[in-house]
Design a protein around this ligand. Structure first.
Ligand code: HEM
Ligand code: HEM
Length: 175
């Protein structure tokens, strides 16, 4: 029997599958940049990148529904005010970017969005200046998200290796 707070198994699934999808979305773009001088068409890379983005968007909406019904476990003691503020604000900003990234990705393109070659979502027609705006938003947000994730992961590792409490286990252990 665990005697420390635990995220539910649904929350753990959502958390770790988001990690996998985010890393894949970033790796695909790194691949695109490194291979673009050697290869012409990058359509598969784009389709995968966009489809992973759509999945992240849907999973994030599910995350909100699960948090609304299950709540979030209190993994940090109430007296650790600074740590609670840092951790909650980083998590809150990550939620915002998990929505901004896919939306700006969709809105920056004048072409329909092809989800895994199965579903086509039509593009929204608007003046070019808006496409450029969403393109910049997508790019800048990706850098900000990386910074937040570095802080987030550093925080989790700090708890595990330095403070040696059970914060990391709350997202890892089997229920
Ligand atoms: C959380 C989800 C996503 C993440 C983390 C992400 C991340 C990135 C990153 C890091 C880049 C490279 C930025 C640059 O330096 O130009 C990029 C480019 C791009 N993303 Fe996303 N993206 C996501 C979702 C999406 C979605 C849903 C779409 C479209 C529906 C999309 C469409 C694109 C396109 C077309 C590019 C290439 C832009 C170019 O060639 O200049 N992304 N994305
Ligand atoms: C090696 C990578 C990662 C580790 C070790 C890690 C660890 C953790 C831990 C221990 C918690 C619980 C902390 C608490 O409640 O105070 C947590 C929560 C959270 N993590 Fe991560 N994380 C990682 C990657 C990610 C990624 C890639 C994302 C999002 C893109 C993310 C987003 C979140 C969010 C939003 C929460 C709040 C709870 C929730 O809504 O699920 N994490 N993480």
């Amino acid at each position: 029997m665990q005697n420390y707070p635990q995220y539910s198994s649904k929350q753990k699934w959502i958390h770790w599958s988001t990690l996998l999808l985010i890393v894949s979305a970033f790796l695909l773009m790194i691949l695109k940049v490194t291979l673009s001088q050697y290869l012409g068409g990058m359509s598969t890379i784009y389709i995968l990148h966009k489809s992973f983005g759509v999945l992240i968007f849907v999973i994030t909406l599910c995350r909100f529904v699960v948090i609304k019904s299950n709540g979030v476990p209190e993994v940090l003691p109430k007296n650790q005010k600074l740590q609670r503020i840092l951790s909650k604000s980083t998590q809150g900003l990550i939620y915002i970017f998990l929505i901004i990234m896919p939306l700006s990705g969709y809105l920056m393109s004048s072409r329909p969005l092809n989800f895994l070659g199965v579903i086509t979502i039509p593009a929204i027609d608007m003046p070019n200046i808006y496409y450029s705006f969403f393109h910049i938003t997508h790019k800048v947000s990706s850098y900000l998200l990386v910074i937040l994730l570095i802080l987030h992961i550093a925080g989790a590792l700090y708890h595990y290796f330095w403070i040696r409490d059970k914060v990391l286990q709350s997202m890892l252990s089997r229920n």
